[in-house]
Design a protein around this ligand. Structure first.
Ligand SMILES: [Zn+2]
Length: 109
């Protein structure tokens, strides 16, 4: 496995490990170099140099799932915040409020 991937720092909470780790494994098997793993606007961003189509697909799926997964603990989560955005479960959201968009969706559901 490329040594560089072992040095990759996850710039996001441990709740997303289960989304991230299978992709790191895929990249290692494929010899693809991971550039960056981070949280942005409440969602996962996973950057790989020259990803294979499979890795690209898996990353898209993980990024989609990250918006439903608490970044802290991995439990089902929702997008919270106003000027900042974080995907959190009820417990870790504390007093934070849901984003307007998702609040509406929750009321409908
Ligand atoms: Zn949580």
């Amino acid at each position: 496995m490329p040594e560089s991937n072992l040095m990759v720092v996850k710039e996001c909470g441990p709740g997303w490990d289960k989304l991230i780790d299978p992709i790191i494994k895929l990249c290692e098997d494929d010899g693809a170099e991971i550039l960056q793993i981070k949280e942005k606007f409440g969602g996962l961003r996973f950057y790989v140099h020259n990803p294979s189509p499979i890795i690209e697909l898996e990353i898209k799926e993980a990024e989609r799932l990250s918006y439903k997964t608490c970044e802290v603990c991995g439990e089902p989560g929702l997008l919270y915040g106003g000027s900042w955005l974080k995907t959190l479960c009820k417990e870790h959201a504390g007093k934070a409020t849901l984003t307007t968009k998702l609040k509406k969706e929750e009321n409908n559901g």
